[in-house]
Design a protein around this ligand. Sequence first.
Ligand code: PMT
Length: 404
Amino acid sequence: MAQSTFKRLLVGITGGIAAYKAAELIRLLVRQGVEVQVVMTQAACQFITPVTLQALSGKPVFTDLWDDRIDNGMAHIEFSRDADAILIAPASADFLAKLAQGRADDLLSTICLARGGCPLMVAPAMNVQMWENAATQRNMMQLRNDGVAILGPDSGDQACGDTGLGRMLEPQDLLDALEASLQPKLLAGKRVLLTAGPTFEAIDAVRGITNLSSGKMGYAIARAAIEMGAEVTLVSGQTSQKVPMGAKVIKVTSTQQMLSAVMENLNGQDIFIGVAAVADYYVLNPSEQKIKKDAHILTLELAPNPDILANVTNLPNPPFCVGFAAESENLHEYAEHKRRRKNLPLLAANLIQDAFGGDDSELILLDDKGAHPLPRAPKLILARQLLKHVATMLKEQKTFTGNK
Ligand code: PMT
């Protein structure tokens, strides 16, 4: 399980039926090694008991500004000082209104007002009519302007029987959104185009040539780029990966389709990353019907596919290009050779036995300065490190050329 970016989190729970989801959220956080301090409003205690959350967080739960377990009566100051961030989940319409107005009439709202520089995140949860009400929308606008991160809400069936926006994000999605909101926005204002997954070259109506790429690495990079503030277009071969929230995805099958989608979407992109495992050959005369089995030897005629990355790097004004190389041996040497041959400022090299299909991998980043190994980690962590490297190189390039 991936480690969180933060170590100590204050989770505030307010009154709403989604309070039951906070139990699972806290369980997931604790499993990731996060120290969780729960603070509840009186209304939240009508939906879920402090005892449940105390058992899950392993720490006393506080509900009252005048709680005599708090030594010096300064809980509202101390709690936020000790936390890397505050997350209110669920955040009711009433509590959001209170935050927007800067009111402090209970322990949780007082902690929020006294939080100083501690980041505040809210996961709204309410009926669709309450969410769409002009007053709530005004409050949300105010909170955004005040630098509060808004996680969700989701759309779907609601406890009251209505359908629409207002559901609190599911615990795992909330955790993902929380991680995302804490990533440095190193690619804010940048546009990133990337390829992911395998391509598939048809032999007949049901068969084809493909490879074992799962799409995990490419989708992780897409997600990490969005977290860092980029606008992302993902040209993807056939995979079962979940599309990262906020990415524009173009699904393709063959290499030729992938090339067309890349070239059609290249205009205005700042960064191009070729993560896809592209089939090097296609079948010259694929059969439209399923080929019948008989006793004869079947010969397939294969012709080389275009190189998508080369089509991009050879443009007169290409975006910053990153290639990948999957090798089965002599990783460093073969990959560096590929980087020079493909004229790439940066290439991420991985061993085939590490990289295809798994959740974890390791990379060596190769650039003009040399090799930068990234030790074994979940692909999302590697993706963030890769993009951090890209952001640094872009910054250096800008400083060097003097562009503003
Ligand atoms: O999807 P996963 O299961 O998570 O696995 C990730 C991965 C192993 C697919 C990924 O990390 C990776 O290494 N992708 C590149 C795979 C590869 O073998 O690349 P290559 O050596 O064939 O090509 C080098 C570069 O040229 C790549 O950036 C590739 O996208 C690009 N290329 C290759 C051929 C071609 N016709 N067009 C291309 O653009």
